[in-house]
Structures are given as C-alpha cells and as structure tokens.
Design a protein around this ligand. Structure first.
Ligand code: ADP
Length: 450
C-alpha cells in the first residue's frame, strides 16, 4: 500500500525529470520521497490549525494554513510541474511557517527552527553551488525584520512580546550562526558523496562500453569464423576435381612411358605422384575439418566398444603388419554423437599405430571412466612418445613433429580431434614420455536420457 503510494507520487513528480548528474539525480529522488512522506504528516499538522484559526477568527493563521495546505497538495499531486518549482514551493511553505510562528504567534524557538529547516532543505535538495542561498536568505530575513522592528513597522503586532531590536538581534544571530554552519559543512559532506557517485557512474559507463566492445568483437570473430569455414569448405571441395585430374594423368604418364624415359624422368614423375597424393590427403582432411561445425542432432545411445571393434577392422592391415594388440576397459554405452566419437577415436588410433616404436609391437589400451559431470576416456600406447614442450602444440592445425620412421600425415588429425572435443563441450590433453609411450585423455559431457 505504502509502496504503491510512493510509486504513484514518484511517477507524478519525476515523470519529466532526467537529471544526468548522479548527485542531483539522487537529490531529486530524495526530495520526492521526502514530500511523499511529508504530505500525510503536514496535512495532519495543518488541519487542526485550520480548524482552530477558523473557530478563533485568527485570520492571518487561517490564510497561511490554507495556503500551506493547498501548496502541499499541489506539490505532491499535480503532474507536469518542474521539480525546481516544487522544491521552492516547499521551501516557501517552511519559511512561511517560521515567519508566522515568530511574528504572528510569538514563538521564537519553533519559528527559528523552521527558518533553519529551510536552510537544511535547500542544502539537501538544491545543487551544491546553490547551498549558500539559504544562508543569504536567512541573513536577509533577519536584517529585513531588524529594519521593520527598528522603524516600528511591525511593533503593533499584538502577539509579539518584548519586540525590541536588541532582543531580535540576540535571537536571530543564533539562526544566522547555525545556517552559516550548515551551509558550509553539509556541502563538504556532499562533495565526498558526489565524488564516489561520479566514480561509480564512470565505472559503470566504462563497463558498458567494454561490454559493447566485447560483444562486437565476439560477433566479428563469429562472422570471421563462418567466413573461414565456408572458405575452407569451398577450397577443399573445388580443389578435389582438378587434383584428381592431375593424379590421373600423372599415373597415365607413368604407365604409358614406363621404361621409355630415363631414370631422372621416372624419379620426377614419382615425386609428382607423391606430391599429388599428399595434397589429396590434405584436402580430404581439410574438408573433414571444415565439416565439423556444429551439433545439429540430439545425442543418441552409442556403444564405444562397438566403435572400437569397427575401427580395428578399418586398420586391420596395419594391425597385422605391426602385430598390434588392443585391450579395453570399462567401455559402456552412453549418450553421445557416434559419428564424432568415431572420427575422434579413429584419429587417435591412427596416430597410436603410426607413431609406434619400431622395436616393439604396438600395445593400445582404451578405457572409459564415468565421473560426476563427464566421461573420461584414455587411449594409451607404447609408441615413440612426445617431448613435454610439444604437449600443446600438437593440437594446432598443421603442427607435426618429425619422428624418424613416422608415417605420413597432414598435421590435422589432432586438430580435428580437438575441434570435436571443444564443440562437444569436452577437453583433450596428452601426457607422454619419450621412448615409453603416450596417453591421450579426453572428456565428454554426460547427456541425460530424454
Ligand atoms: P599427423 O599425424 O598428420 O602428423 P596429428 O595432428 O595427428 O598430425 O599429430 C600431430 C603430431 O603429434 C604428429 O606429427 C606426431 O608427431 C605427434 N603425435 C600424435 N599422436 C602421437 C602418438 N600417439 N605418439 C607420438 N606422437 C604423436
């Protein structure tokens, strides 16, 4: 109820106000909360005064009370009045109460309190550079009344006791002292508050600008990535056809002119065939890499043991030649993406076979562990191993280490593996010891059954 009333008053008074200065904005809001709070209380205070002055036919008080009543209601409830006018109207009401109390009722104490309150209200609600107005305002009030009393212009007011100049100066000097003190002290306090508010606003603005820049850069990176992916796709796709022609004609050349050319020519032709084949592999890997873009399907139940068995068939030639042996541990069906999983494992197995130690047959072990939020897979081999300094580099596109006896490659296998794990929300890393073997570990998130 109270909150609704507060919101109602705020909507009326602050509708047209947009103060950019943080401290002035704060002052405006404080003022509006103040009048919202004051309205019911000042009405409670004014209504008895109105009734009493009417009954006793005390006309000046009746007039003033009526004006104060109307002004308070207008200030709080009439829309489209500039806030600065609302503020001055309230100051004047308080000023009027002080003057009436002193000069029409003879209450110096409460009267001076009201005049001082005008000072404090002005300091609170007007900008810092206008804080001294209240001091000059009260000074002027005291001097004007001193003159009025001195020239006996208000001496015949019936309610004012002991009205002489000395008496008035003694009383009013207290007011001047207090309003001077407040006028100097409170703005000092405010300037500190102002600084910290300004700092806060500057920080917020910087943060906003930073965020906008970050969003722009993200968008740029995303669109550049898309461009690059499209480019890679087009290149790898369009290059395949002419390359097939080159390889084909080179093969023809080799067959047709075999024995008719000298040794040098034969070597050159086999170099060219070799080069064309390597390029074909590169293009195939590149198009594979560019195809890994985003996940479009839902995860399905996949059987890692089955995929491992299928891959062993794919690599059966190499397995037979190198007398490789595979073992596995704890492989259980889980929800995931079979095609991505298969490509991932295929590349790791291909490397484990390719970078095996020529002095011992490859032993390859694949294991799975279910953790709290993901599955952890490990492919362990007893191959040539990798030096520590290359642990991260090998996952970068086209990065190869030149092992002796290593088979051919494009330097894209592990980049493809990394792209897949990244895209699926997992991670991949390697640990290895040269001469002993390597362990490739990757994680994949656990998808719950729908
Ligand atoms: P490629 O095999 O075509 O060279 P990859 O991206 O698959 O490209 O691998 C990058 C490099 O990491 C390889 O050149 C190789 O030196 C090293 N590497 C990858 N797997 C293994 C492994 N199992 N054992 C030792 N070295 C490896």
């Amino acid at each position: 109820m109270w909150n609704r009333y507060l919101l109602f008053i705020k909507n009326i008074c602050l509708a047209t106000e947009q103060n950019a200065d943080p401290l002035d904005h704060w002052r405006d809001r404080l003022f509006v909360s103040g009048i919202a709070f004051l309205l019911p209380f000042c009405l409670i205070g004014l209504i008895p005064g109105l009734i009493m002055s009417y009954i006793n036919q005390f006309i000046p008080l009746f007039i003033f009370d009526s004006i104060a009543f109307i002004v308070s209601v207008i200030v709080a409830l009439v829309p489209r009045i500039p806030l600065v006018i609302r503020k001055w109207a309230i100051f004047m009401v308080f000023y009027g109460i002080g003057v009436v109390l002193i000069f029409f009722i003879g209450n110096y104490g409460p009267g001076l309190m009201y005049l001082l309150a005008v000072s404090i209200l002005m300091i609170l609600f007007l900008p810092n550079n206008q804080a001294y107005i209240s001091f000059y305002f009260n000074l002027a009030t005291c001097i004007i009344f001193s003159l009025l009393i001195h020239f006996k212009l208000i001496s015949n007011l019936p309610k004012l006791p002991n009205l002489d100049l000395v008496h008035w100066i003694t009383v009013s000097s207290n007011l001047i002292f207090l309003s001077a003190m407040f006028s100097f002290l409170i703005p000092k306090l405010f300037s500190r508050l102002e600084n910290s508010l300004r700092e806060q606003v500057t920080l917020q603005e910087q943060l906003k600008k930073g965020n906008v820049k970050l969003e722009q850069s993200l968008e740029e990176v995303e669109s550049k990535n898309k461009e690059l992916e499209h480019f890679t796709y087009v290149i790898s796709h369009d290059l395949q056809e002419p390359l097939r022609m080159i390889s084909g004609f080179l093969e023809l050349l080799k067959i047709k002119y075999y024995g008719k050319l000298d040794d040098k020519a034969n070597t050159y032709i086999s170099y060219a065939v070799d080069g064309a084949n390597r390029m074909r592999l590169l293009i195939l890997d590149l198009s594979e890499y560019s195809r890994i873009n985003k996940i479009t399907d839902d995860p399905v139940l996949l059987n890692p043991k089955k995929i491992l068995d299928e891959l062993q068939i794919t690599f059966q030639n190499e397995i037979l030649i190198k007398e490789a042996e595979f073992t596995s541990e704890n492989l259980k069906p889980f929800y995931g993406y079979p095609s991505f999983f298969s490509v991932l494992l295929q590349n790791l197995i291909a490397n484990a076979l390719k970078y095996s130690d020529p002095n011992r047959p490859p032993r390859i072990h694949f294991s799975m562990t279910e953790r709290e939020k993901d599955y952890l897979f490990q492919l362990t081999d007893n191959g040539v191993g990798i030096e520590d300094e290359y642990f991260e580099k090998i996952f970068i596109l086209f990065q190869r280490l030149h092992h002796k006896n290593a088979g051919r490659g494009t330097g894209m296998g592990l980049a493809i593996v990394k792209k897949i794990t990244d895209m699926l929300g997992g991670e991949i890393w390697v640990s290895s010891e040269v001469g002993k073997g390597s362990v490739f570990t990757f994680t994949l998130p656990i998808y719950l059954e729908e």
